[in-house]
Design a protein around this ligand. Structure first.
Ligand code: PLP
Length: 397
């Protein structure tokens, strides 16, 4: 935090509060026990505990390397064809709706920041409704824009389910023009998604109150499949004139470090969307000028080649099947873990106190967030039984 001294220098900066997830990574890396398990990091892992480059991505990188003859600037929109090819996958029957426009961003984080910065420009007094717990980076990203956050309890840890009435109450108390942050699918950190009836009710409440839905969709294809995971978003697009979507390809193309995302904005008319996109591009220019090219170009290369697209879809299906099978295995291992089988995506929350999380770390070399959030894919296949035994041991009973 900055001091109030008028002649403050960089050396006067106070230390930042360290990010607990980053601290966890450091601790896990420093642990020399050979059988340690790190379920804190949110990346897909295969049966051997690796995060491989997807086949279609590897092939596209080769193709791109052979074909690319310039690295000259592309412009503020980045790879426009990349955003265009994502439309049918993300927007479905809304892909042809030109009231929706998209630009490439540095990952889903870039799309989130850009979208909230746009809201702050249009209506600085808008509040953002955030269901808790949420992905730890949501709050800092939103706060950084100066927008006020209104938190409500989204998840019942004891009942292991969405607190749907509390969510509807929060929406009912919102003011017209307030923004509602929604996880498109595979809720991070709880794994507890809305069902289709709940999406319908949330959409209805948003329309009735004149709210603006902001859908963060970072795991499309890893829960119910590419179509099922976008169904809630598409219902929102059907019903609402103004919608903001932060999309990430980093998980479903496994290109995490390449930072691939897209911000889509919908308004009630093509003209108004054009004006809004002018602001989006101006804000992007102020923040990063232009997005990095490589990852977007790779995804574009996959999506413009039918054979590579088919292979990407097939491998994504394999990844989803693995997530489901591990969830089922954990759910079958102990009745207290049964709820994990009904949830979606990479994450779930264990019913653990911070002391029990510490015990797992110290006694069993198992690393997870203090909240009990863990990546169901965080361990290699051979480590699952040890993980379950340790967790049930610390839960006791
Ligand atoms: C809910 C959610 N939104 C957005 C992101 C951002 O993803 P990216 O790595 O593309 O910035 C993540 C990443 O973990 C996430 O879990």
């Amino acid at each position: 935090m900055l001091t109030t001294k008028s002649n403050a220098r960089l050396a006067d900066l106070g230390a930042v509060r360290s990010d607990s997830l980053l601290k966890l990574i450091t601790l896990a890396n420093a642990d020399t026990r050979a059988d340690k398990i790190d379920v804190g990091v949110g990346v897909y892992r295969d049966g051997q505990g690796r995060t491989p480059v997807m086949r279609a991505v590897k092939a596209a990188e080769k193709k791109l390397w052979e074909a690319q003859d310039s690295k000259s600037y592309l412009g503020m929109r980045g790879d426009a064809e990349f955003a265009e090819l994502l439309r049918p996958i993300l927007l479905g029957s809304h892909a042809a709706d030109r009231r929706i426009d998209g630009v490439q961003t540095p990952g889903g984080c870039g799309a989130l920041r850009l979208g909230f910065q746009l809201v702050a420009k249009a209506n600085p007094s808008a509040r953002v409704l955030v269901g808790t717990p949420t992905w730890p980076n949501h709050v800092p990203i939103i706060s950084g824009t100066g927008l006020e956050i209104f938190e409500y309890g989204y998840y019942d840890r004891d009942g292991r389910q969405v607190r749907f009435e509390a969510m509807l109450d929060a929406l009912a108390s919102a003011r017209a023009g307030d923004v509602v942050l929604l996880h498109g699918c595979c809720h991070n950190p709880t794994g507890a998604d809305l069902d289709s009836e709940q999406w319908r009710e949330v959409t209805k409440a948003i329309v009735e109150r004149g709210l603006i839905p902001f859908v963060d969709i970072a795991y499309q294809g890893l829960g119910r499949g590419l179509e099922g995971d976008a169904a809630g978003l598409r219902g929102i697009l059907e019903a609402c004139d103004e919608v903001i979507i932060a999309q990430s390809c980093d998980k479903n193309f496994s290109v995490y470090r390449d930072r691939v995302g897209c911000l889509f904005v919908k308004t009630g008319s093509e003209e108004a969307t054009g004006v809004a996109m002018g602001h989006v591009l101006q804000i992007a220019r102020e923040m990063w000028s232009m997005p990095p090219d490589h990852g977007g170009a790779v995804v574009r290369t996959v999506l413009e080649d039918p054979a590579l697209t088919a292979d990407w879809r097939a491998e994504l299906d394999e990844m989803r099947a693995r997530i489901i099978s591990i969830r089922e295995r954990l759910a079958a291992a102990d009745p207290r873990l049964a709820y994990i089988g009904g949830q979606m995506g990479m994450f779930s929350m264990l019913p653990l106190t911070p002391e029990q999380v510490l015990e797992l770390r110290e006694t069993h070399a198992i690393y997870m967030a203090d909240s009990g959030r863990f990546n169901v894919l965080g361990m290699a296949d051979h480590a699952i039984d040890r993980f379950v035994a340790a967790v049930t041991d610390v839960i006791g009973g």
